[in-house]
Design a binder for this molecule. Structure first.
Ligand SMILES: Cc1ncc(COP(=O)(O)O)c(C=O)c1O
Length: 388
């Protein structure tokens, strides 16, 4: 018998030094059952990419910038990141010959910092949060400073650059090929890139499909006042223009203790888990799947895997320090009618999703506490601050 007589299920990928981008995409789907028989959801495991979901964005952002002539061959790339895009940019920089600087804050996990350095990225940590715009604004200002001092350097600007949305078209198509029919897509929201990009594809194929967003309490994206946040990845202290506000039928804010419970439950029962955003998204997808008919196709995107979170989400001492282990896992969220200015502490949801900047400009509804007119940053407090 010769090897050509065997069919390889799912296909195999081969990457070469000339095209290591073949390592990215075509990620697996996992079926996760809820407590009720027959109900469940599908998880798209983006942690199977070398760095995580943002490998897709980084490769696309760099490709488009080179095509447009914004990024000259060999020119430096400088970006603010809570880590995941940094890993992607390290890969993209390696693949196309650009030095990469990742501007982060002290909340960046030490293991990730070492990994970024191992991949050849320069990691620049800002020392202080901006008194008005928090860590995110401090990072943005540092990126501007580095760009100004380095002629030809390019900033991808993942928060506002529409290429960070288009980058996820392939992910949407993969889901359509894998599932053939989708009713609900559940995504964590940080820059808004992957929710907008994936849903942009799905809603054209399945016009009835719904998009459910998952955010962190104290994140400004959907109109809460800025507060210190423990969770990284999802949430923001600015108003990224890549968020497709008009596409969300519902948004949930999941507190860190619930996300941790959820990550640990996934680890124990499914062997696939991840960090803050994975735990939060899984909690919401499970809740939706329980309420929908068993035939509904609910899909959750798991942006990364567990390894980076060994010292936080999966570290009992860390969790005890932040009083995250002694709270029971909530079974249902509270519902709020007007999320603008609402400060959620427990798991909360709304079906009244609004763009805080558009609401502010129209002058309707509640005034958003501390919203600034140009949308650059919300005053007070910090992104990824290391306290509960
Ligand atoms: C781990 C993780 N989850 C979720 C997100 C949110 O994704 P997006 O920026 O596409 O909204 C990010 C963004 O940095 C992330 O790093």
């Amino acid at each position: 018998m010769s090897i050509t007589e065997f069919a390889v299920p799912g296909g195999l990928r081969t990457a070469t030094p000339g095209d290591m981008t073949a390592l990215v995409g075509n990620t697996p789907l996992l079926r996760l059952a809820t407590a009720e028989t027959g109900h469940g959801y599908w998880a798209k495991l983006e942690g199977a990419n070398p760095g995580g979901i943002k490998d897709r964005a980084a490769l696309h952002l760099v490709r488009r910038a080179r095509e447009r002539g914004d990024l000259a061959p060999g020119a430096p790339i400088v970006e603010s990141s809570s880590g995941t895009l940094g890993l992607g940019l390290a890969l993209a920089g390696m693949a196309s010959g650009h030095p990469v600087t990742v501007v982060a804050d002290p909340g960046l996990e030490p293991s990730l910092r070492r990994l970024l350095a191992a991949y050849g990225a320069h990691v620049d940590i800002v020392a202080e949060p901006d008194p008005v715009g928090g860590w995110q604004e401090a990072r943005r200002a540092r990126v501007a400073e580095l760009i100004a001092g380095s002629p030809g350097a390019w900033n991808p600007d993942q928060y506002h650059n529409p290429d960070n949305v288009d980058a996820y078209e392939a992910l949407g198509l993969e889901l359509a090929f894998q599932l053939r029919h989708i009713d609900i897509l559940v995504c964590a929201v940080g820059t808004g890139g992957h929710s907008a990009g994936v849903f942009g594809v799905l809603r054209r194929l399945y016009p009835h499909a719904r998009l459910v967003g998952v955010d962190s309490p104290g994140s400004t994206i959907f109109g809460q006042p800025a507060r210190p946040r423990l969770m990284r990845g999802l949430g923001s202290s600015i108003y990224p223009r890549n968020v497709a506000y008009d596409q969300f039928s519902e948004v949930h804010w999941v507190p860190p203790a619930a996300a941790i419970h959820s990550c640990r439950r996934l680890a124990r029962h499914s062997y696939a888990t991840g960090g803050w955003s994975v735990g939060a998204v899984a909690l919401v997808a499970d809740w939706l799947a329980r309420r929908e008919p068993a035939s509904a196709r609910v899909v959750a995107i798991f942006p990364d895997g567990p390894h980076r979170y060994a010292d936080t989400v999966f570290n009992d001492e860390y969790c005890r320090q932040h009083q995250l282990l002694d709270q029971p896992l909530p079974t249902d969220p509270e519902t709020v009618d007007n999320p603008l200015g609402h400060l959620s502490v427990a798991w909360t949801r709304t079906t009244n999703v609004q763009d805080p900047l558009a609401s502010q400009a129209r002058g309707d509804g509640a005034r958003v506490a501390g919203l600034v007119a140009d949308g650059a940053a919300a005053p007070s407090l910090a992104d990824g601050e290391v306290r509960a």
